[in-house]
Design a protein around this ligand. Sequence first.
Ligand code: WQD
Length: 340
Amino acid sequence: MGKILVTGGTGFIGSHTAVELINAGYEIILVDNFANSDRKILKQLETILGQQPEFTELDLCDEAKVKEFAAAHPEITGVIHFAAYKAVGESVQQPLKYYRNNFYSLINLINAFDSKIDLVFSSSCTVYGQPDKLPVTEDAPVKKAESPYGNTKQIAEEILTETCAVTPSLKVTSLRYFNPVGAHESALIGELPIGVPQNLIPFITQSAIGKRGPITVYGNDYNTPDGSAIRDYIHVVDLAKAHVAAIKRMENGQATSNYEVFNLGTGKGTSVLEIIGAFEKSTGAQLNYTIGARREGDIEQVWGDVTKSAEQLNWKAELDINQMMSSAWAWENYIKDNPF
Ligand code: WQD
């Protein structure tokens, strides 16, 4: 097994995947340009791992630099590509920033390794939009994305499908994440939103710790049991382990084609109000919330069919909603006492 490159390696999912790769015995190298992460994560990883992972600061939009990096690292046989902008709301305001960054980085990466690489691509359940049937399977129709962010995921999957069809040396596994939440058990790494959190869980933990006011529940008039929207929340450590399984599958020649797609969820839907209840129960923290209007672009309910991941990726999520909530809370308390 060769060295694995983790792009966006100091980010939320990238840093957790770095830990699981090392735990699985891989040699890794991380690259990041710190556009949406903090250099201090490297020290945190050193504390968790007892060694600082190899790191190069790199902007994947710089074609020449990426080519130079790949030429200097012939030992790299696999890439896990996280580096991308991912804020739905920001992508609506700045579409060109999202299309440029998310496509230049992907294309530069594949070209720099001359398409001779095993690539794990960070995709999203966003590509499904509001599925007609739940739980949603990987062969469900892809629907027109509600945001440029979601569109970059859909188009990236098309770029990869069409390139793999004519490039046998390029093996790709697209992993469609549902909602990644929680933090490593050490509470030394976790989600580090810059500015006001867009996502539900970081907003909840910041509200609970007194950094933010009450949570606004974006709509309780959906056609769901308690009226609030339903998502498939998955612990970030479970998600990280799925990336190791995907690299292993390609390395061992078990992939049935050179382009495969897997859902990464728990197979279980949880509503916003249920999340609030689970957070209070598992942490003992009191949450204040108000009911507000629906958020533009939100879908009503989605959760994944994870049969294919269990059967072919030999992976399934193991951590439950209480572990997601308590680990997120431990991380929020850690950054309160150790501000980045
Ligand atoms: C979850 C639910 C909100 C905040 C997005 C991307 C997805 C992935 C995860 C990158 C929704 C509700 C939220 C709040 C609320 N991105 N909510 N009050 O929108 O499901 O998914 O982030 O990997 O690709 O699409 O996640 O956490 O923003 O929202 O009621 O203050 O919580 O309406 O129902 P989302 P989210």
